[in-house]
Design a protein around this ligand. Sequence first.
Ligand code: BES
Ligand code: MN
Ligand code: MN
Length: 464
Amino acid sequence: MNDIKTYIKNNQTRFVNELIELLKIPSVSADSAYSQDVLNTADAVKKSLEKAGCDTVEICETPGYPIVYGEKIIDPNLPTVLVYGHYDVQPPDPTNLWDSPPFEPVIKKTKTHPEGAIFARGACDDKGQMYMHVKALEYMSNSGNLPCNIKFMIEGEEEVGSESLAWFVPRNKEKLANDVILISDTGMIANNIPSITTGLRGLSYVEVEVTGPNRDLHSGLYGGAVANPINILTKMIASLHDENNHITIPGFYDKVEELSRKERDEMAKAPFSLEAYKKALAINDVYGEMGYTTNERTSIRPTLDVNGIWGGYTGEGAKTVIPSKAYAKISMRLVPNQDWKEIAELFKNHFESIAPKSVTVTVKPHHGGQGYVTPINYTGYQAASKAYEKTFGTTPIPQRSGGSIPIVALFEKELKSKTILMGFGLNSDAIHSPNEHFGVWNYLKGIETIPYFYKYFTELSKQS
Ligand code: BES
Ligand code: MN
Ligand code: MN
């Protein structure tokens, strides 16, 4: 397989250009104005899989956006790897903060990406990382280096909660049967410090509505005598953390696994500079739960954050009004063992219980999902580790991530297989933010590393 480097060298311009074409389609799943573009992206992914060497590719209809499924089965006795990724992207807003239009990809050099990075919404999350797998298949299939069976399942609703995929998976267990699931939709520490994501946080997302009087009121005539829903809502939200930044919802921490001192010491060995972290975010200090480090706060600890809050008058000038309603969207990041539905229920009960009689509160649970962990002694992890050793020349560090891919826990439950998260993005790639980008080096390194995963996974599976 030593020709992989040459293959990439000879084809890198085309690899980059193909990704750029895919990035031009604005597949924003959250906004129905883009629905045709989302569908067009599914078609483009289908064509790319056909070209890369899949024997069959289908567009599988669901109640929502379709799932692109493709496979190349070379021998039913060999292991099967199922690749998952998503072709939808986050909304580009606020678009005025982008240095170049989000769906007109450009390549620019940056400090962290001296060889250039592709700037576009979805470049890293997840079109770029998903497409590495398509190109890795192309190489393996053209060069006769595919050592096992491969299946692809690329969805179009990851950024809005994967509802259709949760519908699809239990209905297609046989089709999706596999020995391991492989995903590139996370990150690594740095280009010279590869890491493998061994954990994801769960998520419980709720929306709250606080209603006061039956209409907006003159704040002079009524102010002081009637509850202002925004005042009340902000006070209630503020009470959800105590002075140590612990979450105050009763029962919230009941199922949280406390890591041993040894495990925490092990985690603390991962390279991290607090100074660089603060500098990159232009903050004077970090902020979080007492008793935990920054890395622990974003991986092994659960959180509660307001994602948006609105109500009353926010237009130009001033309007003196007591609003009738106030709203907030709140997300809780969870750790393995915390159940997202149970947490949503605990939140609802608590939030309703702390509301004064002068308002009514409704809590609407949105989507969610369970957290996930992979043990590092698992064959799949070992195969991934060897693959990075081969192409990076150094052993990757296992690291739990703060982000969520809720469907991963569902894969384990329904398909009984473990997931390996080989992410090649960097935290500084600005996913979900303006100026999202993906390093060209990272993209090509991913394409180079992935085929080795197949090789070592097949070899190690034969031995065990
Ligand atoms: N790819 C991300 C998740 C991610 C990014 C995990 C980096 C680890 C490192 C995914 O597309 C995402 O954004 N997930 C959402 C959850 C989803 C239900 C909207 C998230 O984490 O907010
Ligand atoms: Mn993603
Ligand atoms: Mn995302």
